[in-house]
Ligand binder design. Structure first.
Ligand code: WT7
Length: 632
């Protein structure tokens, strides 16, 4: 395979080569075009990229009243039709390549025609179980083709899917099923993790004890065959309004309760199709491998809907990127001619531990574009990625977005650049981001502050929090949408993301709520109170650290265990400190900022306003004393 060079050095930074500019869908002039009239820009994209059953009313593509806004309202479409049926003119084209974790199992390639059958069968199964338009279906599945088929089947019949990450605990699944009021749960008997069988069914049974919910269980042994049968009943795609819900997805906020982020059909379809096309240059027949689990928004948008809307091929890998050897991910790129590789800095830091030992064994000529997502990517990791995986040919596109934005909103498109390590880039064409202060006043360039989106809001931005309209309002500061991140913008409009501005932490790219962990810990008998804060970690970006005040001596394992049980293994505190007292303000608020500073060995700042300044000294000394040797 011949390889092309898509990026070249330009001073300290990187820019697209002439080839890259030529082959890219998004050209330099796109920003000026979009800025002329952002609504008209999106309207044109909507007409060009998506098949509509009926158009929206002329002149009413965007409507806003207070914090409520709508895109393409009155327009009718079906997301599944756009992702599957409309590719049936090329029925043999590959839609999904499923790579099982176990090396001796063969990969399964699913064509668009087969996916069409699978989706119709899944839709028939849902209907048989009484699922109707507007019902919520919970999906608790590993990375198998049936997962995508059921998601697509939901949107085909107008049901709302709520996918729950398969590593979440039964307690976490139960909370989400109950909050969503799901009618049906789809799960599998087992899946493989590091070569071992994990029972999902067992966890699902525990989660649903006493609940009235029907279950569809996919036998792992029938992966690729369970829905893929020659006989199938065609299920007519439901005619959906652009503003009808497509799915909800739970994410962590600043309270103990996860929130169901609501996404609608039309805006999501348009933004997903075009972001995949413009940011990854996704072409029909090309293969993208987005390594994110389907339980996260990244999996929804760039492992499922983005590739399928564009008629591309998506790789689904069941297992861990470094199992059974640290070369596994390279092998998968190589064996499947992956042209777009999209992963998280935490995975890259893991790969980079081995230096160039493994990547040097592979040419990786098929690669064109590398993406990064989920947390800021540091310069060292960026350069490692660029050099060893991209072989200095492929741009590293840092993509900033959120469960709430549905699609990438800040990045440097591959044909435009510049690619600046540690900068996420410019707001996507047609979207405007600014930096504001705590009062919602716009700040000048180069000033650090809160990242906010300026209306007209992006088509796939969150429309509501499931069952909690009050909480939705907390997303807005004045007329802006508040992202929850700190950032600054340079004179060229390039944005650098500095991390969360609230009590949300990103552990190995996973978004976790410190309040949720604290709730879990405080539920234990004997715990008076707890504070969870983040600490920097070389591999995982941040890790949670728990400070616990208890009535009697307790074991660290007990605290770690309850977080594991209530949330899942990803949230387990890396360390638990038992303290006499937690630093508090006079109004009783725990000063997490102080704890964070102490952990980072930084000056905790002014502590005179605390009711118990001595607690700061105590904790500081405790952190300085040598840690006890790790237990074997
Ligand atoms: C939060 C959203 C983006 C989809 C997957 C995560 C952080 C995300 C970047 C980036 C710096 C990033 C932010 C954001 N984040 N991408 N490229 N650079 N930070 O979605 O779980 O909703 O998390 O992830 O803090 O707010 P999410």
């Amino acid at each position: 395979m011949k390889s092309y060079t898509y990026v070249e050095k330009s001073g300290k930074n990187f820019k697209p080569t002439a080839t890259a500019q030529e082959v890219s869908f998004a050209k330099k002039d796109i920003y000026a075009k979009a800025d002329k009239n952002r609504i008209a820009f999106w309207e044109d994209l909507a007409k060009e990229g998506i098949d509509w059953i009926e158009p929206w009313e002329n002149g009413k593509a965007y409507q806003q009243k207070g914090n409520s806004f709508a895109w393409f309202k009155g327009g009718k479409l079906n997301l599944c039709y756009n992702a599957v049926d409309r590719h049936l003119n090329k029925p043999e084209k590959s839609a999904i390549v499923f790579v099982p974790e176990l090396m001796h199992e063969k990969k399964i390639v699913i064509s668009y025609k087969e996916l069409f059958k699978m989706v119709n069968n899944a839709a028939a199964m849902l209907k048989y179980n009484g699922v109707k338009k507007g019902d919520v279906v919970s999906i608790y599945l590993p990375m198998i083709p049936e997962t995508l088929a059921f998601m697509l089947a939901c949107v085909r019949i107008g049901a709302i899917h709520g996918v729950v990450f398969s590593a979440f605990s039964p307690d976490a699944l139960r909370t989400r099923i109950k909050d969503a009021g799901a009618k049906v749960l789809i799960t599998s008997d087992i899946y493989y993790r590091r070569g071992k069988k994990e029972s999902l069914k067992k966890k699902a049974n525990k989660a649903t004890r006493g609940l009235r919910i029907k279950k569809i269980i996919i036998p792992r042994a029938k992966v690729g065959k369970f829905l893929n049968q020659d006989h199938f009943n065609y299920i007519q795609p439901e005619v959906m309004d652009a503003e009808d819900l497509a799915f909800i997805l739970y994410t962590s906020g600043t309270t103990g309760k996860p929130k169901g982020v609501m996404h609608t059909t039309g805006g999501y379809a348009v933004s997903t199709y075009w972001s995949a096309k413009y940011i990854f240059n996704m072409q029909e027949g090309e293969t993208i491998w987005c390594t994110a689990d389907i339980g996260w928004v990244t999996g929804h948008t760039y492992a499922c809907y983005g590739p399928l809307l564009n008629g591309a091929t998506t790789v689904l890998f069941e297992g861990m990127l470094d199992y059974p050897t640290p070369a596994r991910y390279l092998q998968i790129i190589n064996d499947n001619d992956v042209s777009i590789f999209y992963t998280a800095p935490t995975a890259l830091r893991l790969f980079a531990q081995h230096g160039n030992k493994y990547p040097n064994k592979y040419k990786l000529n098929s690669l064109k574009i590398l993406g990064s997502v989920g947390e800021p990517i540091d310069e060292k990791t960026w350069l490692w990625y660029y050099t060893n995986i991209g072989k200095k040919r492929c741009p590293v596109i840092d993509t900033y977005w959120q469960t709430e934005t549905g699609t990438i909103v800040i990045c440097s498109p591959p044909g435009i650049g510049p690619f600046i390590p540690s900068y996420a880039g410019k707001a996507f064409p047609g979207i405007d981001y600014e930096i504001a202060d705590e009062k919602g006043k716009k700040l000048p360039l180069e000033k650090k502050g809160l990242l906010v989106q300026v209306p007209p809001f992006s088509p796939s931005l969150i429309r509501g929090v499931w069952g909690d309209p009050k909480r939705y309002k907390t997303y807005f500061i004045g007329k802006y949408y508040l992202a929850g991140d700190n950032a600054f913008k340079d004179a060229q409009g390039n944005i650098r993301i500095l991390g969360r501005s609230d009590d949300v932490i990103k552990v190995a790219g996973h978004r976790l709520s410190t309040a949720e962990m604290e709730n879990a810990i405080e539920g234990l008998l004997g715990v008076v109170e707890a504070a969870v804060v983040s600490k920097s970690d070389a591999l995982r970006g941040k890790v949670p650290i728990a400070f616990v005040k208890s009535r009697w001596p307790m074991k660290e394992e007990k605290i770690v265990g309850i977080v594991n049980k209530k949330i899942g293994p990803i949230a387990k505190p890396a360390k638990v400190y038992f303290v006499k007292d937690l630093p508090k303000t006079r109004s009783g608020k725990i000063m997490r900022r102080v704890l964070k500073a102490l952990l980072a060995n930084e000056d905790p700042g002014n502590i005179m306003t605390l009711v118990n300044p001595e607690s700061v000294k105590d904790i500081g000394e405790m952190l300085k004393s040598p840690p006890s040797p790790p237990k074997k």
